[in-house]
Ligand binder design. Sequence first.
Ligand code: SF4
Length: 98
Amino acid sequence: MEDHLRPEPATNNWIHRAACAEPDRDPEIWFPEGSSAKAKGNGREAKRICFDECPVRLKCLKHACRVRAAVGIFGGVDDTKRNDHDFDYDSLKRVGRK
Ligand code: SF4
């Protein structure tokens, strides 16, 4: 993971509770590149962890939207969806799992 993409722990205490920060996780799955089966599988697994295991999903998604994170999956939402002109930043709780 590129360093500039990591949230700043000193200003974001919620990151310490992030499911993706657990030591057995591979951070690269939150940044799948290309359209290979492996990349798609990694992306699906990252989103599953976000939705099913992370207690700070909405904080993460709000942070990614606020800083306009260019790439990667945050809060279970990938950059394609976040950067969609129709993405509604004010209704983050209604964001689905796609
Ligand atoms: S929502 Fe996903 S990317 Fe965000 S902190 Fe949780 S596990 Fe990490």
